[in-house]
Design a protein around this ligand. Structure first.
Ligand code: M6R
Length: 620
């Protein structure tokens, strides 16, 4: 949550910072702000509640040409402490207005720090936890051992902070320097020619450089025009990991699409193909970083999948495949619940942590808890070098490319594919599948990009349907077996994008309560299994559809091409290609994504930035 960017170089800082904020607005959009150092001792700060567009309008009013300087920073906020109003927007300054700070995360001990500052006579100008950091840095810079040393002052403050934070700090006395620090919250450095960047995410500077450095836990970096220097919070030199971003600016742009989400839906075949590529070599499934031995994989006697939101749904899908292929029990758990209920874990437990961003606080804490209990952790992640893969024993990266729309689409499909690779890797290590069976399952996965492409070529019908049902009060989603998590995912997409009441149910549960919700004209989306693959499930679901149709529901049925048995029960029939049962979620989810996006567009909502949400959730 919150996007941060800092810059020192040779270009006008305001333009660079605003460009970075535009690419990071998906991280939070409650307010935005910038600070620019003019090199002659002036520090200009502008900030505004609401979307970045409000800040840009304010800057036009002030006159952008008056804000000169080649060092600066910016922030786009997802509010935690304090309402999203102008005075709570970042950057925050100290009383002398010489220090400016932007912050991502939560300073958990802010109340005692604030009380200490107020007892010292400091008057707070905002309701945020972040402002305390500005006053504390100013105090450290003015007095004591750290006097006049901005990096040492920031390090001293970091040592006192509890919680998760990324801080970027400037001081008007040091117009060519920016200091940034992180703990359990993301921060990367961009390395250019005569210019350096710090940001929450490489997207902020991908336009200028693809050379980056990921900072480790409790590290601090000083950037200047000439270079960067990394230390720990005690000022000792520290190692950070350089990497080259393997995607370019076009991946972070809409490329003619109205919304990122619509582009990302279309990118799904490529995301799937890239995720599978290189993971089956010489007849074996291989992971990206494996710090777990084959023997340890053989010893695994239980699997947990921990994740949030759509990533959790990808785990629910994978449970069917992993149990089927490995005969290991798989529990899928919301990461936010996991560590608080004392799950039974030991060194033979494999915890699969699934996260697009790799920085979701709930999932990160679940990973930490699992490792404390000696379980092995395997991360499935879309973001190179993020905190969750860094803290895991093995990693499988999804290669979906940057996902900017808040609603997960291509990352979700890539997560399902990656989870399946984990299942096959386990089956291979444990010998529950012969090599030729593993090869066959992999070949079936490899056929999926083409199947998803086929679905994409038929979605106009879904768009039309979306427009026709956009004024419904609610929509229900039903499925069985792997269709059940698809129903949950369809409902989540609709809730987050269209702000509509939407619920997913296991179709068999309907008669145990939810059927009472059915009323005349209520749209109910039913995700059908294949009539060939799971004939029993298919006929049970046909009965469920006829039960709801008899009670007036408007049935929208997603079914395999040529499934004639279901046609009489479908008020709307959406056909998807025939694929093996376990792979059906990869095709049947796509129309649900399109449906939610179209309903949201018709209702006039911003599909990429749904209200109250942010792309990456770095608070618990
Ligand atoms: O980055 P993560 O995969 O850990 O994010 C998990 C959820 O916050 C995320 O999937 C969220 O539910 C999406 N907005 C759903 O579309």
């Amino acid at each position: 949550m919150c996007g941060i960017v800092g810059y020192v170089g040779h270009r006008p800082a305001l333009d660079v910072v605003l460009g970075g904020l535009r690419r990071m607005e998906y991280r939070g959009y409650d307010s935005a702000g910038v600070a620019v150092l003019d090199g002659a001792g002036a520090l200009t700060v502008e900030r505004k509640a609401g979307r970045l567009a409000n800040l840009e309008a304010e800057l036009d009013k002030v006159g952008r040409e008056s804000i000169t300087g080649t060092a600066g920073m910016g922030h786009t906020r997802w509010a935690t402490h304090g309402a999203p109003i102008d005075r709570n927007s970042h950057p925050h300054r100290d009383a002398s207005q010489r220090v400016a700070v932007v912050h991502n995360g939560i300073i958990e001990n802010f109340a005692s720090l604030r009380a200490e500052l107020e007892a010292d006579g400091v008057e707070m100008a905002s309701d945020t936890d972040s402002e305390t950091a500005a006053h504390l840095v100013a105090r450290a810079y003015t007095d004591g051992d750290t006097k006049g040393d901005l990096a040492a002052s920031v390090a001293a403050v970091c040592r006192r902070l509890e919680g998760a934070f990324t801080l970027v700090v400037t001081h008007a006395d040091q117009p060519d320097t920016i200091v940034a620090a992180r703990r359990s919250s993301p921060l990367v450095v961009g390395v250019g020619e005569g210019e350096h960047f710090v940001a929450s995410d490489v997207a902020a500077f991908i336009e200028h450089t693809r050379e980056a450095v990921e900072l480790g836990q409790d590290q601090l970096v000083v950037i200047t025009r000439e270079g960067y220097e990394v230390t720990d919070f005690h000022g000792d030199a520290a190692q950070a990991k350089p990497f080259t971003v393997d995607w370019d600016l076009s991946a972070a742009e809409k490329g003619g699409h109205e919304y990122f989400m619509l582009k990302e839906i279309e990118e799904q075949p490529e995301a799937l193909a890239n995720t599978l590529r290189g993971h089956f070599e010489s007849g074996r499934i291989i992971l990206d970083e494996q710090r777990i031995s084959d023997q340890d994989l053989r010893d695994v006697d239980k699997v947990f999948v921990v994740a949030c939101g759509s990533a959790y749904h990808s785990g629910l899908v994978a449970k069917y495949a992993i149990e089927h292929w490995t005969r290991l029990p798989v529990e899928v758990e919301l990461a936010s619940e996991f560590r608080y209920r004392d799950p039974v874990l030991d060194r033979d437990t494999l915890v699969v942590a699934v996260s697009q961003s790799g920085e979701t606080a709930d999932t990160l804490e679940a990973v930490r808890h699992a490792r404390e209990q000696k379980a092995r952790v395997l991360a499935v992640c879309n973001t190179n070098g993020a905190q969750i893969p860094r803290e895991s024993d093995a990693v499988l990266y999804t290669h979906a490319g940057p996902e900017i729309g808040v609603a997960s689409t291509k990352a979700f499909l890539a997560q399902i594919a990656a989870n399946y690779l984990v299942g096959l890797a386990l089956a291979q290590a444990r010998g529950t599948k012969y090599p030729d069976e593993v090869a066959r399952e992999f070949a079936e996965l490899e056929a999926m990009p083409a199947a998803v492409q086929k679905v994409l070529s038929t979605v106009d019908q879904v768009r039309d349907l979306g427009r026709r049902i956009a004024d419904s009060k609610a929509v229900l989603f039903l499925g069985r077996h792997v269709g059940f998590p698809v129903a949950l995912e369809g409902a989540l997409k609709l809730k987050e994008l269209a702000y509509m009441h939407a619920e997913g149910f296991a179709a068999g549960e309907l008669k145990h309560g939810p059927i009472a919700l059915i009323e005349d004209g209520l749209p109910v989306v039913v995700v059908m299994p294949s009539p060939k693959g799971r004939a029993v499930l298919h006929s049970k679901l046909v009965s469920n559809i006829s039960e709801i149709q008899a009670r007036g529901a408007r049935t929208i049925v997603i079914a395999e091409e040529g499934d004639e048995t279901v046609r009489p029960f479908a008020d709307e029939l959406i056909e998807v290609p025939a694929v093996p049962t376990l792979l059906q979620p990869l095709v049947s989810t796509v129309p649900l994504q399109v449906l939610a996006a179209e309903i949201a567009r018709t209702r006039g909502y911003d599909v990429d930035k749904p209200r109250n949400l942010a792309k990456s959730v770095t608070v618990e």
